[in-house]
Ligand binder design. Structure first.
Ligand code: CUA
Length: 156
């Protein structure tokens, strides 16, 4: 079969566009594999109970009035349910979810995170005043959404 010069040119153009397309596609997946969305730490949501630090949710002292609070959100609550720290404590929260998207909001503070299956959300806050701070779920997650809460007890 004899191809006209222009037909050959078009064919080559078509093939090179196709190759270019695949290179871009592969490169995109390659880059994504190394950089998960926005630097969020990832986690297998079906293995939360076995994955440190979420295999042991709780509050851990990390330094001078500095704490790490590891929480697991699930329909319809948080584990642990109460976090107790002394006044002035800086708490670094690490939260993940075992099921659907939940929220993590502490009213009257700037703590407001979205907890997405497969990801670890991190946020920090310094609790200056003693008292009880409610942790609320502000993402609709099902019939028990309104009841989904926990609290931070800040002692004197
Ligand atoms: Cu969890 Cu709403």
């Amino acid at each position: 079969m004899h191809l006209h010069r222009y037909e050959k040119l078009w064919l080559m153009l078509g093939v090179s566009m196709l190759v270019g397309f695949f290179v871009v596609l592969l490169y995109g997946q390659f880059v994504q594999g190394f950089m998960p969305a926005h630097g969020f730490q990832t986690i297998d949501p079906t293995k939360v109970d076995q994955t440190p630090p979420f295999n042991q949710p709780g509050v851990f002292k990390k330094g001078d009035n500095e704490y790490e609070a590891v929480l697991v959100a699930m329909a319809f609550g948080y584990q642990p349910n109460v976090i107790e720290v002394p006044a002035g404590a800086t708490v670094h929260f690490k939260i993940t979810t075992k099921d659907v998207v939940h929220g993590f909001q502490i009213p009257k503070t700037n703590v407001n995170a979205m907890v997405i299956p497969g990801y670890v959300s991190e946020t920090s806050y310094t609790f200056k005043k003693p008292g009880e701070y409610l942790i609320l779920c502000n993402e609709y997650c099902g019939v028990g959404h309104q009841m989904m809460m926990a609290k931070v007890k800040v002692t004197e």
